[in-house]
Design a protein around this ligand. Structure first.
Ligand code: ADP
Length: 481
């Protein structure tokens, strides 16, 4: 059985900041079904999950980074902790924090460069050390945080022993990148100076450009996002023009075992009888204190308050819908931009009987909102794949989504034969129009329920996409053999 190691800074349930954790936590599980032996490695954070597991130290090492010794330990979780082997790297001072990326003010940690590069170097040092008996047939790197790995594997003499391992690189969000000035070159281990041209883009050391150049295969998390990125990211355009076959778009799936309304351990009220009853009891639980009547729709929003997610469009659009329709409730769960957080709270204060919000990150509440909602709104400016719309459909909430990236690939408008409400522009007006269409659809309960039941039956699981990854892995391994 061939072995694949997923290298990532997130993995659900160990450490989650967004959709990448869902993907890294579930794809390896579905790859096992495709005949792969899979494993995941992440940093070891000071998050509750890590304290609850039993780990065994399997390797200790050190290296010099910018003139300072970095010490690290590799731990392996007890068999059965997750459905695949799980490793984590401990680097004291760098990762033993109770947050994955952000400090208490919501800003990226000041030592993000040291954190990302030391994690990558530790993984490679462990893998390339002949004393280490654990080996893999393919490395799958997730996003720019581990984007120097393809270059380091192929060009750094210290890692010579693993230079022939094929490397897969997945772009979960092309808007984020690790870019450093040349003064930070000593973060990386020594390599032939003439190779430094290969990690350069626009005058910087650029992890994403280096990854696209040196990975054996690159994919984005939806086909539409691949095309959009080619327009938006000059490095992607350049590399994909040179090697078009190397770049593909594979839609994310969802973990049907975690996201199952009948068995979801985070739900107090699981789906046991009818969907109407399921919605009613879940609304009852989370809308306590709100004005409720049977037949009032609930529209939910779950996500980061970032420009990408269109959080700034939400408040003015919701206000118009509240004024126009009266009978509608909203639940907003999210955090990020403090200005949007404040606007959401002000909206809740103005419409306390019809708007609920929770500012922060709360996994359990997210599950409950999907279960209670009739619609989930996603006014994203761009969306590499988006998972919320898929979780929502599985829990009987239709998506109101902007036609971009993965949303374009997964949400088809109900007037065009689909089961969602989609809209074109990232404007307050278009969002109002879409929500208003959703309100009218909800009034036609017969039609709404038919669409809802169709949405709940869609196969959104990883099976299809995992077989696409599997096929690509096989091709790369055969090429190297
Ligand atoms: P992204 O990774 O860009 O944030 P995705 O749609 O790919 O967006 O995935 C977001 C994931 O994070 C989903 O699992 C969603 O339910 C979850 N999520 C986002 N914000 C919150 C929050 N405030 N509380 C709980 N879960 C959240």
């Amino acid at each position: 059985m061939k072995k694949v190691l997923h290298i990532s800074t997130e993995c659900y349930p160990a450490a989650k900041a967004g959709g990448m954790a869902d993907v890294v936590g579930s794809l390896p599980k579905y790859l096992i079904k495709q005949g792969w032996n899979t494993a995941v490695i992440t940093p070891r954070y000071k998050l509750p999950w890590f304290d609850q597991q039993v780990f065994r130290n399997v390797y200790s090492g050190s290296f010099d980074m910018e003139g300072q010794m970095t010490l690290f330990d590799v731990y392996k979780a007890k068999k059965g902790t997750l459905p695949y082997d799980y490793y984590c790297i401990e680097i004291l001072g760098r990762f033993d924090r109770d947050s994955i990326y952000l400090n208490e003010y919501g800003h990226g940690f000041h030592d993000e460069a040291e954190r990302n590069v030391s994690f990558q170097r530790s993984v490679l040092q462990w893998l390339s050390d002949k004393k280490n008996k654990t080996s893999f047939d393919l490395l799958h790197c997730h996003d720019h945080q581990v984007g120097f790995i393809p270059f380091m594997v192929k060009k750094v003499p210290t890692f010579e022993s693993i230079k022939d391992i094929p490397i897969y690189y997945t772009i979960h969000n092309g808007a984020y990148n690790s870019k450093y000035p040349w003064g930070r070159l000593d973060l990386l281990p020594k390599f032939d100076a003439t190779d430094s041209q290969f990690i350069e883009w626009d005058g910087f050391i650029d992890a994403s450009a280096a990854a696209m150049r040196f990975a054996d295969h690159v994919n984005t998390v939806s086909p539409s996002y691949l095309e959009e990125l080619k327009d938006q990211l000059p490095s992607m355009k350049f590399m994909s023009d040179k090697e078009p076959k190397k770049f593909t778009g594979t839609l994310n799936g969802i973990d049907n075992e975690v996201w199952n309304p009948k068995t979801d351990v985070l739900l107090t009220n699981k789906l046991t009888t009818t969907v109407d009853q399921f919605k009613k009891v879940n609304k009852g639980e989370i809308l306590e204190g709100l004005y409720r009547l049977d037949g009032i729709p609930l529209i939910g929003f779950i996500g980061r308050f970032a420009h990408q997610k269109g959080g700034d469009l939400l408040v003015p659009a919701i206000e118009r819908i509240l004024v126009r329709f009266g009978f509608v409730n909203f639940f907003i769960l999210g955090s990020g931009d403090h200005f949007i957080e404040q606007k959401v709270q002000e909206l809740r204060d103005r419409y306390a009987e019809r708007v609920a919000c929770f500012i922060g990150y709360n996994e359990t509440l997210a599950h409950k909102i999907y279960a209670a909602s009739d619609f989930i709104v996603m006014p994203s400016r761009f969306e590499p794949c988006g998972l919320n719309q898929m979780f929502a459909m599985r829990y009987g909430a239709l998506a109101i989504a902007r036609k971009t990236g993965g949303l374009k690939d997964t949400v088809v408008d109900f007037e065009l034969g689909g089961v969602g409400v989609s809209f074109d522009y990232d404007s307050v007006e278009d969002l109002i129009n879409a929500m208003s269409r959703a309100m009218h659809l909800y009034k036609d309960q017969k039609r709404f329920k038919k669409l809802r039941s169709k949405a709940m039956k869609l196969d959104l699981s990883w099976d299809k996409s995992a077989s696409e990854y599997s096929m690509n892995y096989k091709r790369l391994i055969e090429k190297m053999d």
